[in-house]
Design a protein around this ligand. Structure first.
Ligand SMILES: [Zn+2]
Length: 406
């Protein structure tokens, strides 16, 4: 079984309207499939079922970083220079080999260090977004997605609906109107906090969780008013819970796992998972290296990832779970090593059951493309019905987006 390419892709490469090395610095980007192409084996009958489900169901990834990363990750200088350049390379070809109809792109987020080592500056977020939109304006395979109709239209045309996301609200500082500005510029999802705290509330790395601030409440109200989808993936528990309770619309945890399966600060508590579901929202399961592991499976792979999926599904039902695999194209483990501090990994990934064995990549979920082939295959192999698979691949997300983006 080989990855198949969407015929609507005609070979566009990022910034092809400029001359690399002359108009902007040349970097040595990793091949998007640098770790190989791994596909779970299926019988012919199962293969036919997967094809039929994918043909009929919009498939949405609620959280990804579908851009190229430098080949060399052993020297922090290479990746730091590449990130400071502020010109992310959308991985068009890799996305063309995926099964996705819609991808939520979280851009540079925690490694947005264009003008500052601390990152997350307003001006840098706008730079990042504008640069991506300029590139996207020069091709016709990714469509800047602002409505649910855009997702269905992209699927029909064999293209991909590209949703612009900002993963944490630190860049809005104390300016609630910046939520309107982000929406106006085409951002459709905003995280309340990243792992560190901001003016809205506490991030998941903190030892003390003050909950959603008064300013945070105002921002939740504004996000409801403008139609911005709220994400609580990186919030500390009380802050996340308060945001869910304060919101009048469903919210999501776009990329998490369950603390009940793997007890780190980055994983969601049972209480939060239930609150998100009761509000009508969706919990997207995360696959970044060494996040969604389990005590029974200390090597991160698709089975431990799916343990998180099944735990959430068994607790709140099939209508409230989906996927936000949080992958990128390049050596993701290397990115974690180079940006451990900026990504708050040491303080959010600690568990009571460490040490675990580090993997070089998460087989079957190594990048956005590979994940989009293997998640539906795993679900078919493990006895899920067509209806259940349609819900978790996209139906549940569509339900939330119809309520929120309207
Ligand atoms: Zn994240």
């Amino acid at each position: 079984m080989e990855f198949k390419m969407k015929p609507a892709y005609h070979g566009y490469r990022a910034y092809a309207y400029l001359e690399e090395g002359k108009d902007y610095p040349k970097f040595d980007w990793a091949d998007w499939d640098w770790a190989g192409r791994h596909v779970l084996d299926l019988t012919d009958e199962e293969e036919a079922r997967v094809a039929e489900i994918l043909a009929n169901t919009p498939y949405i990834s609620l959280h990804d970083h579908p851009t190229l990363f430098p080949r060399k990750m052993d020297s922090a200088d290479d990746i730091t220079d590449a990130m400071r350049n502020g010109r992310e390379m959308t991985a068009y070809e890799a996305l063309a080999y995926s099964n996705l109809d819609c991808v939520f792109d979280n851009q540079l987020d925690g490694v947005n260090i264009i003008s500052s080592p601390g990152g997350w500056k307003w001006i840098d977020i706008i730079h990042d977004l504008g640069m991506r939109l300029c590139d996207i304006a020069h091709q016709d395979f990714l469509v800047h997605c602002k409505t649910v109709d855009d997702i269905f239209a992209a699927k029909k045309a064999g293209k991909i609906a590209w949703v612009a996301v900002v993963e944490g609200a630190a860049p809005i500082e104390n300016e609630v109107d910046r939520i309107d500005i982000l929406y106006g510029l085409g951002i459709r999802q905003l995280g309340v906090t990243y792992s560190e705290s901001n003016a809205l509330g506490s991030g998941c790395k903190e030892n003390h969780d003050g909950g959603l601030t008064k300013f945070g409440e105002k921002c939740v109200e504004r996000m409801n008013q403008v139609g911005m989808l709220i994400d609580v993936s990186h919030c500390a528990p009380q802050t996340a819970y308060d945001a869910v309770m304060h919101s009048k619309k469903p919210i999501i945890a776009s990329h998490v796992g369950a603390k009940g399966v793997w007890p780190t600060k980055r994983m969601a508590s049972d209480e939060l998972i239930k609150a998100v579901a009761e509000k009508g929202g969706v919990i997207g399961i995360e696959a970044a290296p060494h996040t969604t592991m389990s005590k029974t499976n200390m090597t991160h792979d698709i089975d431990s990832f799916m343990e998180h999926f099944e735990y959430v599904k068994n607790m709140v039902g099939i209508d409230h779970v989906g996927f936000g695999v949080d992958c990128l194209y390049g050596d993701h483990v290397g990115v974690h090593h180079a940006f451990s501090a900026a990504l708050s990994l040491a303080s959010t990934a600690k568990t009571g059951v460490a040490p675990y064995e580090e993997v070089p990549f998460v087989k079957y979920l190594e990048n956005t493309t590979e994940s989009s082939w293997n998640i539906p295959r795993w679900l078919v192999k493990h006895g899920y019905s067509d209806e259940e698979i349609a819900k978790v691949l996209g139906g549940n997300a569509i339900r939330v987006l119809r309520e929120v983006w309207a």
